[in-house]
Write a protein that binds this ligand. Sequence first.
Ligand code: BGC
Length: 742
Amino acid sequence: MKIFSKTLCLLALSYAAASCCQTSQTNVPVYLDEEQPLEIRVEDALSRMTLEEKVKILHAQSKFSSAGVPRLGIPELWATDGPHGIRAEVFWDEWEQAGWTNDSIVAFPALTALAATWNEDMSALYGKSIGEEARFREKDVLLGPGVNIYRTPLNGRNFEYMGEDPYLASKMVVPYVQEVQKNGVAVCVKHYALNNQETNRHFYDVVVDDRALYEIYLPAFKAAVREGGAWSIMGAYNYYKGQHACHNEYLLNDILKGEWGFDGVVISDWGGAHDTDEAITNGLDLEFGTWTDGLTMGATNGYDAYYLADPYLKRLREGSATEEVLNEKVRRVLRLIFRTAMNTDKPFGSLCSPEHYDAARTIAAEGIVLLKNENDVLPVDLSSVKKIAVIGENAVKIMTVGGGSSSLKAQHECTPVEGLLAAVGDKAEIVYERGYVGDVTDIFDGVATGQDLSESRSEDQLIADAVKLAESADVVLFFGGLNKAACQDCEGSDRFGLELPYAQDKLIKAISKVNDNLAVIIISGNAVAMPWVNDVNAIVEAWYSGSQAGHAIADVIFGKVNPSGKLPFTFPVKLTDNGAHALDAYDREDLSVEYKEGLYVGYRWADKFDVEPLFAFGHGLSYTDFTYGEAKCAKASVKAGADVKVAIDVTNSGKMAGKEVVQLYIRDEESYLERPVKELKGFRKIYLEPGETKTVEFVIEPDMLKFFDDAKHEWVLEKGKFTAYIGASSKDIRSEVSFEVR
Ligand code: BGC
């Protein structure tokens, strides 16, 4: 269909070129002349469009496409999920995959894994690679990345986001955006804003103060727009201030388009628009996915019933809607089309290339977090083990299928057990036991895993068989955690608790009793409770790591890669150690969700109330050791408006080369509004050979010291004393130094 309509567009293009006003020198109409400034082209195209054509480009014509203006040679716009790989082609009106044979892709690690690399170069590599795949698949808009803040560990979509800290998420999102867009493919940053849970996602209304909104929930979106230059953004499903986020005056008109000067397109989440008048006035530009009568049955005429389709046209014809507002929306959509579908300068992209597989593996391995490692359980030394027991469903389960709109049709997915087998070869024996039964679903939207995970053994029998194997092995690698089934890590529902499902706690405890040489590898996009934390010597968080998951895990298990990932969110001991839950401010029943914890999200809460986390934000071990010197400040006192420079020496004092993420947190010693104990304001990932020392320098810019005064509605830099903390995690501060802003 797309090829067909592109051909039509080309024909129309030659017609348009011949008949409309032209640039004097080239005989090409102004809007088609890529030499002309973008805004001139947009105005020219706008001036040629009829009212009907203008409305036509503001809503979908299929599940993932919107019509262009064929008469003018302006092509369709094609969107795709996102954010971890390019979604399989679906039928015109349905979610079901269309059964193409050339739409398999490389699955990149989930965004939690990317955030856990704490490495902006990894984000750039990710953006470049996925952008090339999107381009090759002829997509114009990639629905991602997601940067909603990790407010509660129950949120089913946390795996699609970049953790709990606005600074980390802001730094990590920018290179992704920039590199994707170099391919002539727009990102669509989602889900703007305050979509921090899946329960009642279409119905809950967030109540949050402006300080938390501006300091915690918005910065990553702002960075994507202002620094990344994102060309589109997706409105979220939830309400805020009594209006749906997809047509929300405060979020879209005042903040996004007003304060941030966003010149791109606000796209509704699929089915996120609910009202024509609000959609017209409150900032929505392009409507997708609304459920209209007939659409669910596959009829193709439902799109005219969209809020920004015939109902909009009717208001325009009647005069109750103005063409001025319409033109503003059309300009934005035209800008997007010129930047993407009509950009003839873009590269061709590539699909399933060796480079993309390498990128997926590198990013995955760098995101893996070594949470605990006693008695040198890891890395496993293949010269001293004969038998490796691999236990747990997640060792064999395909994880790229499921979880909602981010589900993929990967050309290949290497499971943990396959990765281990490939790395071990004939150096040792690997024996597998399932241990527990989790999710046996083998299909999502028509994409099948090809796995039959049915099981007839009882829970007790499965545990007994696993224990028997563990007793006989030199080392045990347990793979568990969550999966992409409903109420796990999955769009559309939240988890019911922090605990591991499927009796895994019982199983892990039983195995730990018979073998000390046990490493528990958690595959998840969320924190989980670990009541067995003291019974187990090694614990690893390996996330959903995409096509190369198994190879990346094996790289870390056997020490080919020295782990360097750090947690992008806090692992609490129990649910009530998290602010939202401590204050009972996450409610499955109440549709008004009040963010009572305000600024105190993640480690900010743990710091304020001295709550000992299970594993802290920023935590992650290495197979080597890093020694920190003394933090030094170039000038102990600076004038307001000047940069502050802080430096520290870090030495690899162990025996293996490795990478460390050196983290800078800042505390405002006194301020007229209460501030968190400390906040992340810098990080650097450095590589050190054994014995090597590097000086890490941080430049603290004035903006990084500001807080948002909600009464004045402005960012404030207050003079006075500040402390810079430098450490290996939010709980592991190695040195501090004070400075004063005069
Ligand atoms: C999701 C979006 C997704 C869209 C299209 C929605 O249900 O919330 O994240 O991009 O569907 O698949």
